[in-house]
Structures are given as structure tokens and as C-alpha cells.
Design a protein around this ligand. Structure first.
Ligand SMILES: NC(=O)c1ccc[n+]([C@@H]2O[C@H](COP(=O)([O-])OP(=O)(O)OC[C@H]3O[C@@H](n4cnc5c(N)ncnc54)[C@H](O)[C@@H]3O)[C@@H](O)[C@H]2O)c1
Length: 424
């Protein structure tokens, strides 16, 4: 049996620690040997979890990468705008990288990283966890087996729930393009990646898009709404977006909501209430934040071989879910990931019939992106070890293509035109 890979954690935040936990469940596959994070509390939490000595803790990725390479892989879960600046020196130093999505908020930066990957020959695996969810793996297997014939068109639809939208994209870290990325990249790069993966090896050529920020803006606030739920809002008791309801009563999105006071360790109820009343960004009224990402967007794509694809982002929905519909020359496939089921349909031209339908029922975990988060790390380990990867690990160009669609869609949305994509 081969030795476990050694890995370093870059950015000891929520995502990196989730991926790095593979080392705790599978010590025979991965050992964590260092952490880099400018936040001393987070650095310490990671150090304790993985038994790291002070000399194994670095303040930044750049400092760690400046040393001769001392581990096999880097798990980079920094925030969107740090992905490329932190990954370039790591690639130079010789690390294979598991990098969180989106690769970068800008096309130029993504191309710089792609050039570095080609130059160094290192492995760069992107955190496209949905490709590893059993639901999408089964969809891809049916497609690859030719069960619906040659693919003609694809539709994906992501519905981001009211509480998820309000937390992440109105009050939270992904609310602004200048500090994070357009929502299509931040949220739907999974879905656009699925489009590219379904059409693997086939470049997107033309993109159109429409969308806007219509609801989560001051003009749409209900009469009487205040600026902070627990401070000056008389309608809080009847508001679906009450911070008190979401974060205290329902206990949702703990990792994000209590991030501003995570240095307290295990904050009390009174400390949480005080935080929401005062400076916690998650205590703000959803109609009075400084958010600028759109709250609905539709994208239309044409691939080189004529396959067409559409993606709809709907937010503020009651039910969070992802729907997919693939149409081929000899059938169609349709399902919703959160149901854990899809159907494969074929024509049935007998009298009294119209079509026949096979129900594919998967037992799918509802969290961790349908079970994809952990499978992604396991596959990354296999790829780096030179073992046969799963159907989900493909050429980096599929990941790049999904991102190129996102950049082009935002360009199309801003300029109100159809954008032609150049070959990269
Ligand atoms: N795959 C998914 O489905 C999914 C889900 C949520 C978030 N994400 C993405 O994961 C990424 C991380 O999100 P998060 O919520 O875990 O972030 P986070 O803010 O919890 O963690 C990022 C960490 O990076 C550290 N950091 C900043 N600069 C650094 C540097 N130069 N060197 C080392 N560390 C540095 C920060 O101090 C912070 O602790 C984001 O890009 C986000 O878009 C992906």
C-alpha cells in the first residue's frame, strides 16, 4: 500500500477544513502537515485539529510557497479573489492543488492560472462538487452510455432558497461583485460546469444572458421596514427574512452568521443577539444592504457542435433545489437532485401509448452537495496518486469552459448583446 499524500491547508476557512477532514477519516490517504492563514484564531483551530507545531503554521500561502516544496498537495479554500494570487506561487513551488470554485472572478486571471498549469504540468482540480454527487454521476453515466442518443440540448435550473439567498448573497460574503464575484460565478459555476461536463470536449461558442437585481433593493422594502431586524424594525415579527428567525429560531447558516464573533469560541444566546443588534452584517435588513449581485438571471449557450444549453438562476424560492433536463436524439432525461430521482424517457409509438419512462431512484444525501464534497477529495487523491480517476475528473478545460460561459454571460448581460467566445 502506498504512503498517504501529504497536504497543506491554504486558508483555514469553512471549505478548506471540510475538504481537509478527509485526512481525519482516511489517514492512510492524506496527512495534513501545515496550514497557512492570516487569521490567528483560524490558524490555531486548524493546528489543534491536525496536531501541527508552530513551525508548521504560516501566515499566508505566499510565505508557505516561498519555502522549497515540503508536501504533495495544497487544499486552497481562500476566498474568490485570493484563489489565483495564492495558487500561482504554489504551482511554481510544485504543489498539485485542489482549488475551490470559482477559479477567479476575472477571465484574465483565470487564463494566467491556466497558463501556469500548462507550464508547470501540475494537477489543478477545481471544487466542482456537484460532478461527484451520485445524482449527477448517474445522469452522466446514462448520457455517456448513449441512452438518450446524441445530446441536442440541456436545461439546468438552480433555485436558491429565500434564507440561503438572504444569507450568502444579500447580507453575506458573496453579496458584492467587487469583493467576491458575480453570483453566476459564485453560485452557478457548479451548474455551468455541469453544462460543460455534459458537453465535455466541446467548447462553448456563443452566450446570451438577461437578469437583474429586482427584489433585494431598498425600493422593494415593505412599508415600515427598518435597517436592522433586532434594532429598529417594527415588521420583524411578520417578516420572512427576519435575522432573528433565520439565525436564532431556525438556527440556519451558523458558520456564516456567527463568523463575526467566532473568536468567542461558543457564543452565548445573549452574545449572538447583541451581535445581530450591533455590527453583525447578518443582522441587517435584506432590503437595506450594500448588495449588488443580481437576484435572477438566465443564460443561453451554443456549443461548437450545435448543442444548445440554458441555465436559469432563480433566488428567494421556498424550496432550494436543482433541476436538469437533457434532450437527445433518442430520448430525454429529467430530474431534480434533491428528490434523488430522475427519469429516462423514450418514445413509445404503439397505439394507446406515447412514451415509456424508467425511474432511476438514487439514495442521495441531502447535504454536502448531494454527497459530492467528500467524493471530490477522494478523487483528487486518486488523480494525484496516478490511479484511475472517476468519470467526474476530467481535463481542466471543462472547468475552464464553465467559467468562460459565466464571464461571457455577465458581459452579455451588461452589454445586452450575444458574446462570441474565443478559443483559449
Ligand atoms: N464548492 C462549493 O460548493 C462552495 C461552497 C461555499 C463556498 N465555496 C467557495 O469556497 C471558498 C472559501 O469559502 P469559505 O466560506 O470557506 O471562506 P472563508 O472566508 O471561511 O475562508 C477563507 C480563509 O482564507 C484566509 N486567507 C485569506 N488570504 C489568505 C492568504 N493569502 N493565504 C492563506 N489564507 C488566506 C482567510 O483568513 C480565511 O480564513 C470561496 O471561494 C467560496 O466561493 C465553495
Amino acid at each position: 500500500m502506498s504512503k498517504p499524500l501529504t497536504g497543506v491547508i491554504i486558508g483555514a476557512g469553512h471549505r478548506s477544513l471540510l475538504y481537509a477532514s478527509h485526512a481525519l477519516r482516511h489517514p492512510d490517504e492524506l496527512t495534513i502537515v501545515a496550514v497557512a492563514d492570516p487569521d490567528p484564531v483560524r490558524r490555531q483551530v486548524a493546528a489543534e485539529k491536525y496536531g501541527l507545531a508552530p513551525e508548521q503554521c504560516y501566515e499566508t500561502a505566499e510565505q508557505l510557497a516561498a519555502r522549497p516544496r515540503f508536501a504533495d498537495v495544497a487544499i486552497n479554500g481562500t476566498m474568490d479573489r485570493q484563489h489565483v494570487p495564492t495558487s500561482l506561487p504554489l504551482l511554481e513551488a510544485g504543489y498539485d492543488i485542489l482549488l475551490e470554485k470559482p477559479i477567479s472572478p476575472t477571465r484574465d486571471e483565470l487564463l494566467t492560472l491556466l497558463a501556469k498549469v500548462r507550464e508547470t504540468g501540475r494537477t489543478l482540480c477545481i471544487g466542482h462538487v456537484l460532478r461527484y454527487a451520485p445524482f449527477y454521476v448517474a445522469v452522466k453515466e446514462r448520457l455517456a452510455a448513449g441512452e438518450i442518443g446524441q445530446l441536442l440540448s440541456v436545461h439546468t435550473h438552480e433555485m436558491v432558497s429565500y434564507h440561503h439567498m438572504a444569507t450568502a448573497f444579500v447580507r453575506g460574503k458573496w453579496r458584492r461583485q467587487d469583493t467576491s464575484a458575480p453570483i453566476l460565478l459564485a453560485k452557478c459555476c457548479h451548474d455551468l460546469d455541469l453544462l460543460a461536463w455534459f458537453c465535455s470536449g466541446n467548447a462553448p461558442q456563443r452566450v446570451a444572458s438577461f437578469g437583474s437585481l429586482s427584489f433585494f433593493r431598498p425600493e422593494a422594502a415593505p412599508p415600515g421596514a427598518g435597517t436592522r431586524c433586532l434594532t429598529d424594525c417594527p415588521i420583524e415579527p411578520t417578516c420572512d427574512y427576519s435575522a432573528h428567525k433565520h439565525f436564532i429560531e431556525m438556527g440556519l447558516w451558523r458558520a456564516y452568521a456567527w463568523e463575526p464573533i467566532e473568536y468567542l469560541g461558543d457564543p452565548t444566546l445573549e452574545q449572538k443577539l447583541e451581535s445581530l443588534r450591533t455590527d453583525n452584517p447578518y443582522g441587517r435588513c435584506v432590503w437595506h444592504c450594500d448588495n449588488d449581485v443580481v437576484d435572477h438571471q438566465s443564460v443561453l449557450v451554443e456549443f461548437a457542435d450545435g448543442v444548445t444549453a440554458t441555465h436559469d438562476l432563480a433566488t428567494g424560492t421556498s424550496r432550494p433545489c436543482r433541476h436538469v433536463h437533457l434532450r437527445g436524439t433518442h430520448g430525454e432525461l429529467e430530474g431534480t437532485m434533491e428528490d434523488g430521482r430522475f427519469v429516462v424517457r423514450h418514445h413509445d409509438v404503439r397505439k394507446g401509448s406515447e412514451y415509456r419512462e424508467e425511474l432511476v431512484d438514487l439514495s442521495v444525501s441531502r447535504d454536502m452537495h448531494g454527497g459530492g464534497d467528500y467524493r471530490l477529495v477522494a478523487d483528487f487523491v486518486r488523480v494525484v496518486r496516478g490511479e484511475t480517476p472517476s468519470l467526474s475528473s476530467t481535463n481542466i478545460m471543462d472547468s475552464v469552459n464553465g467559467h468562460l460561459i459565466a464571464y461571457a454571460a455577465d458581459d452579455a448581460l451588461q452589454t445586452r448583446r450575444v458574446v462570441e467566445l474565443a478559443t483559449v
